[in-house]
Design a protein around this ligand. Sequence first.
Ligand code: PLP
Length: 392
Amino acid sequence: MLRIDITPSERLQRLPPYLFVELDRKKKEAQARGVDIINLGIGDPDLPTPRPIVAALCRAARNPANHRYPDSEGLQAFRAACAAWYARRFGVTLDPDREVLTLIGAKEGIGHLPLALVNPGDVVLIPDPAYPVYQAGTVFAGGEPYYLPLRPERGFLPDLGAVPEAVARRARLLFLNYPNNPTGAVASREFYAEVVDFARRFNIIVAQDNTYSEIAFDGYRPPSFLEAPGAREVGIEFHSLSKTFNMTGWRLGFVVGNATVIDALRRVKSNLDSGVFNAVQEAGIVALAMAEQVAARNSRVYQRRRDILVRGLRRLGLEVQVPRATFYVWARVPPGHTAASFAGLLIERAGIVCTPGSGFGPHGEGFVRFALTADAARLREAVRRLAAVLAG
Ligand code: PLP
């Protein structure tokens, strides 16, 4: 029989295997052996979407006007709600028509952004470790990733001054993500001001990912990149309803900032997707109106969980920072282990799924990430199991 060649494209082959697929496979193997798994692997909230948001979706789903194709840039009313929230939360004024774009989750916008801005061979500056989609989108667009190490001694902020000038001159785009996945680090307004200077000097577009801005602890309120003077001239900021409102399954996010960048992304999107179900955006309007209340409630829950896990890990002798934001705990692995060997040990001997830091980039080696997506009792159980494993 004649067989056709179905070798995947070179761009697909340039990607490492998607981290969470690998993890999922290991988890399923353990489950098949009957292990009771405590899943602290993927950053997917275990809490439900608040009821008024679900009720709004049900109402909106009954309206036949919503059964037709949405506009790919999103409902005007949803974009206006995003702008209103930005004004309330960050004191940043946005034009909903030119400076806000609805996304099918932040992931979609991040993945598509390089197609809008990057030519083959252009450099894209990407943090290491990082959420893997910055790299995937860059590779798909034919861009060349240049990795910016995030080191504990710099508070996991990149050293922009260490980027060789020849590289910076070839760079088209800089991805940033604070509050940070996977390290839990945060960035100050002063750091964002430095980023604006760097972007101006080398003519680089900045894409800051603020997906975790509403999960923060001890009274801390993460800023927006757009609060920095001049930020809107050089960049954009991604947001998501996924983590703030426990809506990962709904696929709703948005991007704000520089109107020219937003228009380029809108043009890519209008060629590839047909936007977000209008009913989901209507529910998103209800969500954004209750953002303060939901964020405060969720952050209280995660803060309690953070304290249980961090205290437990420290008691066992692991080196852990106390995150001020995000629902991730970034822990150094015990001496003698790599990230992968420690994560493997935890899944096999303790039924605990965590993510090896090396899956987020070479500078994640030596760390594992725990997501605080299990309740307090399960986290206590995880600490007990860990204690047993580490006791040997
Ligand atoms: N950005 C970061 C840093 C993330 O960690 C995630 C999800 O884990 C996303 C974006 C994706 O968010 P969304 O569900 O809106 O696509």
